[in-house]
Design a protein around this ligand. Structure first.
Ligand code: SAH
Length: 373
C-alpha cells in the first residue's frame, strides 16, 4: 500500500503529537490524555498492530480509530540470520508521493553475551561519501521519518517476541550507526529518541542509546542538550591530513573544531564517555605514530576507543590492517588507559557488518534490471 492510499499512522508521533491528532479526530478534550496513554501503551508496550487488540478501549471507538488511522509495520523485504546469531532486516517503507521506488533501509540485531544491540538506520543512502564506507558510495535517497526509525525497533521486537519486554529482554541497547548521518536528520531522530526512551513504552534508557556522527560539529551541542543520548564520533584519523581523505566532512569541520565540540558535549563525564570509532586501514591510518597521535588527541576527554577492523567490500580502495599491526596499535591505546578496544566484526557472512549495509539489495536490483533487459 502506498502512502497516498494509506491512512495516517499513529506510530512515530510524540506524546504531544498523538494527543493533538486524537483531539483533531474528535476525541473529547477531557479524554485525550487517557486515550493517548492507553494507545501509547498498546503500541510501544505491547506491540499492537491493530486497534482491535486494544481491549481496554470501547469497541465503537476502536472501530472509529481503525477507520481513521494506521498502525501496521513496514514490509520486511528480506531477513537474514548469520551463523553468529546476528540478524539483518531489509525494510521496505510505503511509497511516498513522488517516489518512483519504495525506500528501503537496513536494521541489524547483534546478540552479545550480556547485551543485545540493535543498529538502526536514519537515512536511505548518505550524503557524506566517506571513502571507506559502502553506504557512502550510494547517493542519499531521503531522510527516514520518526515513524520509519521507530518501526525498525518494533519489527525487531516482533521477531524476538519481546512484547511486553521484561527484565531479560534481548534488545538492551540501540545504536544509531546504520545507514545515514543522524545529525542531518535531527528533528526526526530527536522525536524517535523521545519515543524510544519513554518509560511507559519501549523504555530503552538514553544511557543505552548511542548516536554516531561523522562530525557534524554545529549539531553536536544540540544533540547532547536536546536528546541526552550517548555520543560516538567516527574519527578514523588523528590528523586533518589523514581524516580529510577518509571523512571528507572533515574539510568543513576540521579536527580542532570537532574536539572542541566533544569537550563541551553536555553531560560528558567519566561515567558518560564519548566513543571514538577508528576503522583500521592498512598503511593509511594504522602506524604506531598514528596510534600515539590518537591518544594525544583524546587526552583529557572522557573517551572510549573502538578499533574497527575494516570490512572490505567489492571495489573498496582500502585493505584491513594486518592483525599484528592492529594488536600493536591497540597496545599503545591500551597503555594509555583505554580497555579492550578492538571490536570484533559481526554478521560478516550476511553483509551485516559495519559499513556494508544496503549493498546486497542494490546489487540484486541491478541484477534484476540486467536480466529484465
Ligand atoms: N554517519 C554516521 C553513522 C553511520 S556509520 C557516522 O559516520 O558515524 C557507522 C560506523 O561504521 C562508523 O563509525 C563508520 O565509520 C563505520 N564504517 C563504515 N564503513 C565501514 C567499513 N567498511 N568497515 C568498518 N567500519 C565501517
Amino acid at each position: 500500500m502506498d502512502s497516498k492510499t494509506r491512512l495516517p499512522s499513529l506510530v512515530g508521533l510524540t506524546r504531544e503529537e498523538l494527543g493533538s491528532v486524537l483531539e483533531a479526530a474528535g476525541i473529547a478534550p477531557r479524554q485525550v490524555r487517557m486515550r493517548s496513554q492507553q494507545i501509547w501503551r498498546w503500541i510501544y508496550g505491547r506491540g499492537a498492530t491493530e486497534f482491535s487488540a486494544m481491549s481496554n478501549i470501547a469497541l465503537g471507538l476502536r472501530c472509529e480509530l481503525a477507520q481513521k488511522f494506521f498502525l501496521a509495520r513496514p514490509q520486511i523485504a528480506s531477513r537474514q540470520v548469520s551463523a553468529d546469531g546476528t540478524i539483518k532486516w531489509l525494510l521496505r517503507f510505503p511509497l511516498r508521493e513522488g517516489e518512483m521506488r519504495a525506500a528501503e533501509a537496513e536494521t541489524v540485531y547483534i546478540p552479545e553475551e550480556n547485551r543485545g544491540t540493535l543498529c538502526i538506520s536514519c537515512q536511505v543512502g548518505c550524503t557524506l561519501n566517506c571513502t571507506f564506507c559502502h553506504t557512502g558510495t550510494q547517493n542519499l535517497v531521503r531522510n527516514l521519518s520518526a515513524e520509519e526509525i521507530v518501526s525498525q525497533i518494533l519489527i525487531a521486537r516482533d521477531a524476538l517476541e519481546e512484547w511486553p519486554a521484561g527484565p531479560d529482554r534481548r534488545i538492551t541497547n540501540i545504536v544509531l550507526m546504520g545507514m545515514g548521518e543522524p545529525l542531518y536528520n535531527f528533528d526526526q531522530i530527536k522525536n524517535a529518541i523521545d519515543i524510544i526512551a519513554d518509560g511507559e513504552g519501549l523504555s530503552i534508557s538514553k544511557r543505552r542509546i548511542t548516536l554516531s556522527t561523522a562530525g557534524v560539529v554545529p549539531m553536536i551541542e544540540r544533540c547532547g542538550a536536546e536528546t541526552g543520548v550517548m555520543l560516538a564520533i567516527s574519527l578514523h584519523g588523528a590528523s586533518d591530513e589523514v581524516r580529510n581523505k577518509l571523512v571528507p566532512l572533515n574539510k568543513k569541520y576540521p579536527i580542532s573544531l570537532l574536539m572542541a565540540a566533544c569537550r563541551k558535549y553536555p553531560g560528558l563525564s567519566n561515567a558518560r564517555r564519548i566513543t571514538f570509532e577508528y576503522v583500521m586501514l592498512k598503511g593509511v591510518n594504522d602506524s604506531l605514530k598514528d596510534a600515539r597521535a590518537l591518544v594525544q588527541l583524546l587526552k583529557g576527554i572522557p573517551a572510549k576507543i573502538n578499533l574497527i577492523p575494516f570490512n572490505a567490500w567489492e571495489g573498496a580502495p582500502y585493505e584491513c590492517s594486518d592483525w599484528e599491526q592492529i594488536e600493536r596499535f591497540a597496545e599503545i591505546v591500551n597503555r594509555a588507559g583505554y580497555a579492550s578496544p578492538v571490536r570484533s566484526p559481526r554478521g560478516r557472512d550476511i553483509m551485516a557488518a559495519c559499513g556494508q549495509l544496503k549493498t546486497t539489495s542494490e546489487k540484486q536490483r541491478a541484477k534484476a534490471r540486467a536480466s529484465a533487459d
